[in-house]
Design a protein around this ligand. Structure first.
Ligand SMILES: CC(C)(COP(=O)(O)OP(=O)(O)OC[C@H]1O[C@@H](n2cnc3c(N)ncnc32)[C@H](O)[C@@H]1OP(=O)(O)O)[C@@H](O)C(=O)NCCC(=O)NCCS
Length: 157
């Protein structure tokens, strides 16, 4: 991952979570967690670049905050650059990364997304995640107020 990739990632962080003024801080944080050879268990955060034919097209992350989740549980997130969405890369990346997390010993991978995020919901459903319920007013919304999210999870086979 290169420094300009980090700036691009920071600029694409899902709206509502990171105000524009804090995006360079977000790039610095991504730089710290993008150091090679750290594990999700060590740092509680693992971010990988998603590449297509050698080009970085987005990033995929797993989070396992210490004392935040029970042992063996982590949460997945993904963000692809707008120009590459809708071509199957999200589904492929989620499937590959989920299999990797299981191979590393995680037993439950969960993912939450806005109730209206039909693309992410479909990716999760196509990648073996089951719908578990609605998280009411879970996160700040794109426009105003807070949004309901849906929780999905995949269990180690
Ligand atoms: C959500 C995201 C990861 C999906 O990845 P993607 O590569 O665009 O999705 P895919 O091409 O693999 O599509 C998988 C399925 O979802 C459907 N889909 C994709 N985008 C969609 C949309 N905006 N609305 C409805 N369906 C959509 C596809 O038609 C496909 O369905 P099918 O299997 O029935 O044909 C990607 O669009 C993205 O990064 N979005 C912005 C960030 C984001 O929302 N991240 C998740 C936050 S929790």
């Amino acid at each position: 991952m290169r420094p300009d990739d980090l700036q691009r990632f920071a600029g694409h962080i899902t709206a509502g979570f990171v105000p524009a003024a804090e995006r360079s801080e977000e790039a610095e944080r991504l730089e710290r967690v993008a150091q090679p050879n750290h594990s999700l268990l060590d740092t509680g955060f693992l971010a990988l670049a998603v590449e297509v034919d050698g080009e970085v097209v987005g990033h995929i992350q797993a989070r396992a905050p210490r004392f935040g989740f029970p042992p063996g549980v982590c949460e997945l997130g993904i963000n692809l650059f707008p120009e590459v969405r809708g071509q199957g890369y999200g589904t492929e990346a989620v499937r590959l990364f989920t299999a990797h997390l299981f191979s590393e010993g995680w037993v439950r991978v969960q993912a939450a997304t806005s109730v209206t995020n039909n693309g992410m919901r479909r990716v999760l459903e196509r990648s073996g995640y089951g719908f578990e319920g609605v998280l009411r007013q879970f996160a700040p919304g794109d426009v105003t107020g807070r949004e309901d999210y849906v929780l999905y999870a995949a269990l180690v086979p």
